[in-house]
Design a binder for this molecule. Structure first.
Ligand SMILES: NC(=O)c1ccc[n+]([C@@H]2O[C@H](COP(=O)([O-])OP(=O)(O)OC[C@H]3O[C@@H](n4cnc5c(N)ncnc54)[C@H](O)[C@@H]3O)[C@@H](O)[C@H]2O)c1
Length: 296
């Protein structure tokens, strides 16, 4: 099977290469060069918005795994047009290339941000879609294009909505990095952990390795036309997360509380039985084990 991964130099893609490269012919496309070993020498340097480059890269592919995205909620607020350009126009382009190259299956990495403020938890796939952030809107728009291309052109697709995933491969220098990356960096540098608000807001954290495992199962399965949450199914408050860092870190960890983030989602945890039922997937890496990865 020949697989093209967009965003091939990213965090998730690095674990996808590791998982899939021995069994499949896997290449990637990205605007930056990979720094992780498994992806090295396999990623073409190009933009998903460049249709010719996308068609060339996807030629003879059986599956496209579309991970490339503008990934920051904060940046989408600062520049919604840039966010839509990559996440909507870039996704349309990737779908057009998939049609042009007669790719059999399209796997779209969406986000749990498409749900917006939970009306109930745990959030299942049937939960209303009402994104709060521009990022959530652009990821949801991408989902609708995937479905419409699927029905218009008879393309097999799977949509995956990850909750908050982490790994030591997320870029710590990015001003938009997630809470675990920030906490890990602060802990290593002996700085205080900044909790925004009371810290009782909860999230569903999972290791990027587990996301890659679900995507890889989806790529080789017969399942098509389905949307899956990808989470641990367990909620962790930001305070509990800070406590875990204190437990794991060899140094003393201090915590400060700062102003709450505006329009932050209070509680988020996924209902994840559909992926288990149809694809036999459950997360394997527990949070404490995953966090220890940062100190090795
Ligand atoms: N990290 C999370 O917690 C999380 C949660 C839910 C969904 N997601 C989604 O998972 C996917 C992967 O996330 P990640 O954490 O690996 O992000 P990442 O930033 O590590 O990887 C994304 C990659 O896409 C590339 N890219 C961006 N714009 C591009 C363009 N125009 N052309 C080609 N490449 C481009 C980037 O250079 C980067 O290497 C994204 O689609 C993101 O929206 C992430």
């Amino acid at each position: 099977m020949k697989v093209l991964i967009t965003g091939g130099s990213g965090q998730l893609a690095s674990y996808l290469f590791e998982k899939m490269k021995d069994d499949y012919d896997v290449t990637g496309i990205d605007t930056r060069l990979p720094i992780h070993e498994a992806a090295m020498g396999r990623v073409i340097n190009a933009d998903i918005r460049d249709l010719d480059a996308m068609i060339k890269a996807s030629r003879d592919s059986d599956v496209i795994i579309h991970t490339a995205a503008q990934v920051s909620v904060q940046r989408s607020t600062e520049n919604p047009s840039y966010d839509a350009d990559i996440n909507v126009m870039g996704t349309i382009n990737t779908l057009k290339a998939a049609m042009e190259s007669e790719v059999g299956k399209f796997i779209y990495i969406s986000s749990a941000a498409v749900y917006g403020d939970p009306q109930y938890v745990p959030i299942d796939e049937a939960h209303p879609l009402d994104p709060k952030s521009f990022y959530g809107v652009s990821k949801l728009c991408g989902e609708y294009y995937v479905r419409a291309f699927g029905s218009t052109f008879d393309l097999d697709w799977i949509i995956i909505r990850p909750f908050n995933f982490y790994s030591p491969r997320a870029d710590p220098s990015s001003p938009y990095s997630g809470v675990i990356t920030k906490f890990a960096q602060a802990t290593k540098e002996g700085n205080r952990l900044c909790i925004e608000g009371d810290g009782l807001q909860t999230r569903d954290f999972l290791h990027a390795k587990d996301v890659a495992r679900l995507v890889s199962i989806a790529a080789s399965s017969e399942v098509s036309g389905e949307t899956f949450n990808c989470g641990s199914g367990e909620k962790t408050s930001i305070r509990e997360l800070a406590d875990l860092f204190s437990t794991i870190s060899p140094e003393k960890v201090e915590v400060v509380h700062t102003a709450p983030r505006t329009s932050d989602i209070r509680d988020s945890v996924g209902e994840v039985s559909k992926a288990e039922r149809l694809l036999g997937f459950r997360t394997k890496v527990g949070l404490e084990e995953g966090l220890r990865d940062f100190f090795q």
